[in-house]
Write a protein that binds this ligand. Sequence first.
Ligand code: ARG
Length: 242
Amino acid sequence: VLGATLMIGVFAGCGSEQAPKKDTIKFAAETTYPPFEFADGDKYQGFDVDLANAIGKETGKKVEFVSMGFDALIPALQSGQIDAIASGMVITKERLEKIDFSDPYYPVNLIMVVKKDNNTVNGEADIAGKTVAAQIGTTGAFLAKEKPGTTVKEFDTIPNMLQDLENGNVEIVMLDEPIAKYFIQVGNMANLKIVPVGLQSHQLGIGVAKNNPELTKEINAALKKMKDNGEYKKLEDKWFGN
Ligand code: ARG
């Protein structure tokens, strides 16, 4: 019994200690999020994936990239199952209480998507009282839930969510602008449109566990170097055009 008590003490103590040094960075994302991250056969592609690999190159570390639900990312980071989140994740006050973030690496606007013939949703004030869809655990879901009288449907994946809008089950989808553009243009969802009013402007960051400040520092140094040497600009042009 004494041994067991000691063991529990040792494991419980681990959480507050520094993360172990590793020669691999295991990144994770929810991967129905083009052009940031999406599955391509059994591989992943996108801006965040390229950025993760470039960070590996700059830091001299190997990179792994795995997929999981968006709401699973922060718990996975806190438990040490992954080392970093590169998932189009916005730096928010609430998230900063649980995890650290790298320096901002890309700005995004949260917008609304509606059916092309919808003329009743023109701005943030029109969210109240509507049936709204958002991805689970995202800033869009948080904003929708603040509005009086809204029914918020939370989806695990983006295609299912947009399909629900096409089917007329929800009236508004809350989404980051680059992803909405991608699905409407590249994914041929031509009967949907973006409401041309930004709701929130945010900065994306790479999530790192609070007990791993060394990795945050390394990632920041890599980002800075890539911004200075033009590597970052190349990735930006590749995934978002000029
Ligand atoms: N930018 C939004 C947020 O931080 C949504 C991100 C969703 N990312 C994803 N890979 N599905 O809450």
